[in-house]
Design a protein around this ligand. Structure first.
Ligand code: FE2
Length: 309
């Protein structure tokens, strides 16, 4: 599909309890590339195959979790239009000046009904993926360092009023619903998976009484074999694995859930399917939610619904 409007998830700022321990983990175990540190002490990373300066920003804090998630939009005119559209929809927006984040342009910040802070931005310095754009090689030394995902892919977030999130993202920001899990009543949604492009999901929400919670930040791997290699590296480095390697029914992704040193859950996954806005929405009944999340076990582990940061 033509990529206009909101293009993709672009960055996520994560709170960590010990910045030095976290830098080691994100750089050498997960295998992201450090691209800078700012005056506020934040540390910036990108995945090896991403072109923009940063996608994961770590901030030391007293509690783990997500500060905000940002989406890159096509250009400055799109940013201004979506800002106006959000305000017309009744959403209060703030402008964060260019340079607040390293190598990142002006951001439009707003809070969604589930309590999460979201941002749109149009400009971030292209630093390249360490390959030449003329006659590029298929991989680089960075692509073999640590788990080495190719990109920051999506987040799964927990909070209330997810049907209002769905309305906001579909009616204002151009997303569409790809899959959903229903509550026992068969009418309301327990979970929604939404896309702004052709990925099975760019963002997902699970209904949860407490606002503004993070379930996981997800990173893409190219193959199932790389998922197995990721699990090997997690074991070697004594990373706390939540589940996997296994498969999701929802999105068909081949996955591992694990925890960073601060207890933030992250996912390394491969595959899944591509989708388009005209495809039928896939629906999972409440009775089969275990199958949808963990296709092999067919039941949720207790942590899936309770452990968030
Ligand atoms: Fe995920």
């Amino acid at each position: 599909m033509a990529t206009t409007g909101v293009m993709r998830p672009g960055h996520v700022q994560v709170r960590v309890l010990d910045i030095e321990e976290s830098i080691h983990f994100y750089k050498n175990v997960l295998g992201l590339v450090e691209t800078g540190r700012d005056a506020a002490g934040r540390v910036y990373f990108k995945a090896w195959d991403e072109h923009d300066h940063n996608s994961v920003i770590l901030r030391q804090a007293d509690s783990a979790g997500m500060d905000f998630m940002g989406f890159k939009v096509r250009d400055k005119a799109t940013l201004d239009k979506l800002d106006a559209d959000l305000q017309a929809y009744g959403v209060k927006t703030d402008r964060i000046p260019a340079g607040d984040m390293l190598e990142t342009g002006e951001r439009v910040r707003f809070v969604i009904p589930s309590g999460h802070v979201m941002e749109l931005y149009a400009e971030k310095t292209c630093v390249g993926n360490s390959q030449d754009n003329l006659n590029p090689d298929p991989w680089t030394p960075e692509s073999e360092h640590g788990i080495a995902p190719t990109r920051f892919d999506h987040c799964l977030l927990y909070g209330p009023d997810i049907e209002k999130n769905l309305a906001l993202f579909t009616e204002v920001l151009g997303f569409y619903l790809v899959e959903q899990v229903m509550l026992p009543d068969g009418k309301d949604q327990l979970a929604i998976f939404i896309s702004c492009g052709h990925k099975a999901h760019d963002l997902a929400f699970v209904r949860h009484p407490e606002p503004n919670k993070l379930h996981h930040i997800s990173f893409l791997l190219p193959t199932w074999e790389k998922v197995l290699r990721a699990a090997d590296l997690m074991s070697m480095n004594r990373v706390s694995i939540d589940i996997g390697p296994t498969r999701h029914g929802i999105t068909r992704g081949q996955t591992i859930y694990a925890f960073d040193p601060s207890g933030n859950r992250f996912e390394t996954f491969a595959q899944g399917y591509e989708t388009y806005p005209d495809y039928p929405v896939k629906t999972w009944s409440f009775e089969e939610v275990g199958t949808g999340i963990f296709y092999h076990d067919r039941v949720l582990n207790e942590r899936f619904l309770s452990v968030v940061t």
